[in-house]
Write a protein that binds this ligand. Structure first.
Ligand SMILES: [Zn+2]
Length: 61
């Protein structure tokens, strides 16, 4: 659970987070051979509108 304000789609203020990235769908650097990071997605628990997508380990890039 996190606070990111109100959902821009439905006005609900309950959000939850999920992780995207299991090796195949992780974000990888454009110009480096190594390093990758999952994405943390914060979305509305009511309608699923995505409020925020974050790279979990930006320092790896
Ligand atoms: Zn919503």
């Amino acid at each position: 659970m996190t606070t990111v304000g109100f959902c821009r789609a439905c006005g609900n203020n309950t959000f939850t987070q999920g992780k995207l990235g299991n090796g195949y769908t992780s974000v990888t650097p454009v110009d480096k051979m190594f390093g990758s990071s999952p994405l943390i997605i914060t979305f509305c628990k009511e309608c699923g509108e995505v409020a925020s997508i974050k790279v979990k380990n930006p320092k790896k890039f």
